[in-house]
Design a protein. Structure first.
Lengths: 299, 308
C-alpha cells in the first residue's frame, strides 16, 4: 500500500495484478473495432475542449470572422480580465469555502463511522443498523429530497448562506464515503488490531495510530472524489441561495452565460477558469482520482 | 454525479470479538445524525409534504390531503415527463453501452499510448455539468456556433430549438461525459477475465470477433448489469445538464421528471405537487434498481468480486 501520489503509472488501477505475458499480447493486438472507437472518441473528446481553450483567447470581434478551429491570430487575455472583473474571484473563494467546509467534516465523520462499523458490527446491533441506513442512503437521490432539505434550511434560518450548501453536502457525502472507507479498514489485518489492544491502546488511539495511516490512500481517494462532487455541485446552490454574493462557481457560470450569452469567448474563458483548479488536481493526483471514481465498485 | 450502486456488498463481519466494541459505537453518531437530518428525514418529509400545500415562500403550510396527488396524476404533464425520462434513459443506455464496452476493451490493453489516450478520455468526467452544458450551448448555437462559422450545413441546424434534435443533444452530451466512466468500469471487468480462456479459444481456432462474443461479453455479464444500473438510475437524476442546456425545452421536449419537479416546485411555487413528483421519482428509481438486480440473479454481488 503506497502513501505517495504515484503519477508515473497513469490510469492503471493499482489493484489489478500485472497480466501474464500471453495475456498481454492478446490484449495488445489491435482490435480494430476498439481501435477505431478509441481514436474516434479521442476526437470527440478533444475537439470541444480544444475549441473552448483557443476561443477563450480570441477577441470577441475576431471570433465571428475566423475559422473557429484555427488558433487565435492575436491571442488576448482580455476575456479572462473581463471574467475576473465579474466577481469570479469571489465565486472561486465561495467554492473553496463550501468544498473544504463540507469535505473535511464529511470525511472525518465518515471515517469514524466506518471504523466503528468494522470494529463493532459483530457485537453491536446499533452499528449494524447504522450501516444499513448508510447503505440505504446510497439509493437516495439528492434531487428527490431537495424540497424537504429546502424547508429544513429555511427553518434553520440558514437560507442564502454558504452554510446552507455545506450542511446537506456533508450529509450526502457520508453514505458512499462510509462504504468505501469501511471496505478498506476491513482489509487491515486483524492481528494488528489485536496487538494494539494488547498494548492497551484505546479504540480512539487505534483509529489514529493504526487505521488512519494504513487507510490514508483510501482517505485521499474519497476526499478527492467527494471534493469534486461538491465543487461541481449545482442543485444545492441553485435552490438554497439567491443573492449573487453567495454563488459558487457552477451557478456563477450559468448566470454569467445567461447575462453575456453573445460574448462567446468570455463565457468560454469563464469555463476554462472554473475548470483549471480541477485539471491541476487531475494532473497531480490522477490515479487517486480515477480509482476514486470507481471506488464504490472496484473495491 | 449521483452514484447509487445496485449491488450492495453485504459486509461479512470480520471485526475481532470481545474487544470492548461498545466503546466504538459513539464514533458512528456524528455521521448518523448528519445523514439522518438531511437524508433520511427528508425522505419521509417529501412524502409528508406531498399531502400539503405550500408555496415555498410563506411560512404557512397547510394539510390538503390528496389534492396534490390529484393535481399531479391528472396533469398530462406527468405522463409526458415520465415518457421523456424513459426515452432519455433508454437512448442514453443504447448510446453508451456498446461504446463503453468497446472503449473498455481498448483501454484494458497494457499499451502506453492507450494509457495516454485514457487520460484524455477522462477529462469530461471532471467538468461540472453546468460547464459542459454551457460549452455545448455555445458550440451548437445556430448563429455563432461551430457549424455556423465552419459553414458545414449539417452542423448548422437549430440543435436546441427542435424537439427531436434537443433530445438527441441531451443524449450526446450525457454520453460525452459518462462514457469514460463506464469504460473504466468495463476496463476493470475485462482485466479480470482469465487469460487462459482466450488461450483455450485460440487453440480451438476461434477468431477475435468470436472470442469477443463468446468469452468477453458473457464474462462481462455482471459488469454490464452494474454499469447499466448506474446509467439507468443515474439518468433519473439528470437535472443540472438539462436545466442549463435546454431548461426542459423547447416546449417541454426535454422536461424529464427531475426538471418537472424543479419547475413545479421552485418556479411555479407548488411545493405539494412537486413533492408528489419527487415521490414518484424515488419509486421509479427503487423499482428500476430492484428490477435490474433481479435480472442479475442472486449472486451478482458475489461474482462481481471474483478476483478483486
Amino acid at each position: 500500500m503506497t502513501t505517495v501520489l504515484d503519477t508515473r503509472a497513469p490510469g492503471r488501477s493499482a489493484k489489478v495484478p500485472p497480466p501474464s505475458g500471453s495475456r498481454r499480447s492478446k490484449l495488445s493486438q489491435l482490435n480494430w473495432a476498439g481501435g477505431l472507437a478509441g481514436w474516434l472518441w479521442l476526437l470527440i473528446v478533444v475537439i470541444p475542449i480544444y475549441w473552448i481553450v483557443i476561443t477563450s483567447f480570441k477577441a470577441q470581434a475576431d471570433y465571428y470572422g475566423t475559422n473557429p478551429l484555427a488558433p487565435p491570430a492575436s491571442p488576448t487575455l482580455e476575456n479572462y480580465r473581463f471574467v475576473l472583473e465579474n466577481h469570479f474571484v469571489r465565486y472561486f473563494f465561495n467554492s473553496v469555502i463550501v468544498t473544504l467546509g463540507s469535505i473535511i467534516p464529511a470525511v472525518a465523520v465518515s471515517f469514524m463511522a466506518a471504523y466503528a462499523i468494522v470494529r463493532g458490527s459483530a457485537v453491536s446491533r446499533f452499528l449494524r443498523t447504522a450501516n444499513a441506513i448508510f447503505l440505504l442512503g446510497l439509493a437516495i437521490p439528492l434531487q428527490a429530497v431537495i424540497i424537504p432539505v429546502y424547508l429544513i434550511i429555511i427553518k434553520l434560518e440558514m437560507y442564502d448562506t454558504l452554510g446552507a450548501i455545506i450542511l446537506p453536502s456533508i450529509a450526502f457525502a457520508i453514505p458512499l464515503s462510509v462504504l468505501v472507507l469501511s471496505n478498506f479498514i476491513r482489509d487491515v489485518p486483524k492481528e494488528l488490531f489485536e496487538s494494539m489492544r494488547m498494548d492497551g491502546a484505546t479504540e480512539w488511539g487505534t483509529l489514529w495510530r493504526l487505521a488512519l495511516p494504513l487507510t490514508r490512500p483510501a482517505l485521499v481517494t474519497v476526499t478527492i472524489y467527494q471534493g469534486l462532487q461538491v465543487w461541481n455541485g449545482f442543485l444545492l446552490p441553485l435552490i438554497l441561495t439567491q443573492s449573487p454574493e453567495q454563488r459558487t462557481l457552477p451557478l456563477a457560470l450559468a448566470s454569467f452565460q445567461g447575462q453575456y450569452s453573445v460574448n462567446i469567448p468570455a463565457v468560454l474563458a469563464s469555463v476554462v477558469l472554473t475548470t483549471l483548479p480541477i485539471l491541476t488536481l487531475y494532473i497531480i493526483g490522477r490515479r487517486q482520482l480515477l480509482s476514486g471514481l470507481t471506488a464504490g465498485f472496484g473495491k | 454525479m449521483t452514484i447509487a450502486p445496485p449491488v450492495v456488498r453485504t459486509a461479512p463481519s470480520t471485526a475481532s470479538r470481545g474487544g470492548g466494541s461498545g466503546s466504538v459505537s459513539w464514533m458512528a453518531w456524528p455521521a448518523l445524525v448528519a445523514f439522518t437530518i438531511f437524508g433520511i428525514l427528508p425522505l419521509f418529509g417529501v412524502l409528508a409534504l406531498s399531502f400539503t400545500s405550500w408555496n415555498g415562500i410563506s411560512p404557512e403550510l397547510s394539510l390538503t390531503g390528496l389534492d396534490s396527488w390529484k393535481t399531479v396524476l391528472s396533469d398530462p404533464g406527468l405522463p409526458h415527463a415520465i415518457w421523456v425520462t424513459f426515452l432519455i434513459m433508454a437512448l442514453s443506455w443504447l448510446a453508451q453501452t456498446p461504446l463503453s464496452i468497446l472503449l473498455g476493451v481498448f483501454i484494458a490493453a497494457h499499451k502506453r499510448y492507450r494509457t495516454v489516450l485514457a487520460v484524455l478520455f477522462f477529462i469530461p468526467l471532471l467538468l461540472s455539468q453546468a460547464a459542459i452544458a454551457i460549452t455545448y450551448k455555445m458550440l451548437l448555437d445556430p448563429n455563432f456556433g461551430l457549424g455556423a462559422s465552419l459553414g458545414v450545413e449539417f452542423l448548422q441546424q437549430d440543435w436546441l430549438g427542435d424537439s427531436t434534435l434537443a433530445v438527441g443533444v441531451v443524449i450526446f452530451v450525457v454520453s460525452w461525459q459518462w462514457i469514460p466512466f463506464h469504460s473504466l468500469i468495463y476496463q476493470g471487468g475485462i482485466r479480470q477475465i482469465p487469460a487462459s480462456m482466450y488461450e483455450a479459444a485460440e487453440i480451438d481456432g476461434a477468431g477475435r470477433i468470436r472470442q469477443f462474443f463468446s468469452i468477453t461479453l458473457p464474462q462481462l455479464k455482471y459488469t454490464i448489469i452494474t454499469s447499466s444500473t448506474l446509467m439507468v438510475v443515474g439518468s433519473l437524476t439528470f437535472f443540472d445538464l438539462i436545466w442549463v442546456l435546454t431548461a426542459g425545452g423547447p416546449g417541454d421536449a426535454t422536461r424529464a421528471l427531475a426538471v418537472d419537479m424543479y419547475v413545479t416546485g421552485f418556479r411555479s411555487n407548488l411545493m405539494g405537487p412537486a413533492s408528489a413528483i419527487a415521490v414518484i421519482l424515488v419509486l421509479v428509481g427503487l423499482g428500476l434498481a430492484l428490477l435490474l438486480r433481479r435480472l442479475g440473479g442472486r449472486d451478482a454481488s458475489q461474482s462481481q468480486l471474483e478476483g478483486a
